[in-house]
Design a protein around this ligand. Sequence first.
Ligand code: SF4
Ligand code: MG
Length: 331
Amino acid sequence: KNLKKYFPVKGGILNRTKAEVKAVDDISFAINPGETLSLVGESGCGKSTTGRAVLRLEEPTDGEITFNGEDFRSLSKSELRDKRKDMQIIFQDPYASLNPRQKVKQILDEAMAIQGVVPKKDRPARIRELMDVVGMRPHQAERYPHEFSGGQRQRIGIARALSVDPKLIVCDEAVSALDVSTQAQVLNLLRDLQRKYDLTYLFISHDLGVVRHISDRVAVMYLGKIVEIADKKSLFDSPRHPYTRALLSAIPVPDPDEKSERIVIEGDVPSPMDPPSGCRFHTRCPFATDICKQEDPELRKTGDMADDHQAACHHMEEIVAQYGTTPTLPE
Ligand code: SF4
Ligand code: MG
């Protein structure tokens, strides 16, 4: 709730100017047990920082984090270490986070030892079981990370996260480095594991195709803010924020005969060090008016629509009235 993460930076002549990058700037959202909430947006929008701040791998600058009804931000370092087993993270590049000098079985054993979750004598059996649940052969635990493909290494990363029996897993671009068919396999694995172990995912990705496959709900981020949040179907079928429309219309259309007008977002993403006033999207939005430059729009429902779909745009009612809620817009 009201989560912020600002990074101090030095700049200007002789590095004397102090400034801040507002990587995450006052966002609020809830993740329901057992669901997958995706955070999507272009690189630099703050989605990874949000994932890390939620786990306190990065201390938030401000805001509240509640986990299972407990105030997660007030936990001391040692309490936090204890709670780590409930919340795990999987990275884009598992290779970078797997110790190259350890065999897979040592990597898994160490994860369990640090969290004290499985007695030493039971760990070999647990390691065999973990290899099996992520679709690998038990004897492969005798090998080193470099002996595996990217997809297999991601399975090992998943096994390590699962070894401590977590409730929430943050998946930060977890399949982004994989080729498309391996992506699908790992996404299916994540979905199977979710059902089997009642896992909750915060799924971070820049890839809307992947997000469409895995999510229950989706939050779209732009320059440190959530600009739209809704269940997947509602978001993909009837986006309400101009930025979401632009993102969706940029997805390649599989059928080349199917005509779709693309919205080209003009310009580059502005610097998060000096974000635009008012609505941060106003420098690139085709619908921007004066109020957009002055007032930061709140995340809210559209008009009198009774759904849980929320967007942050001053003009969404007019845009929906004029263009409907299909992702594409006329030229
Ligand atoms: Fe565009 Fe204005 Fe809506 Fe921002 S508030 S998305 S600038 S119309
Ligand atoms: Mg990232």
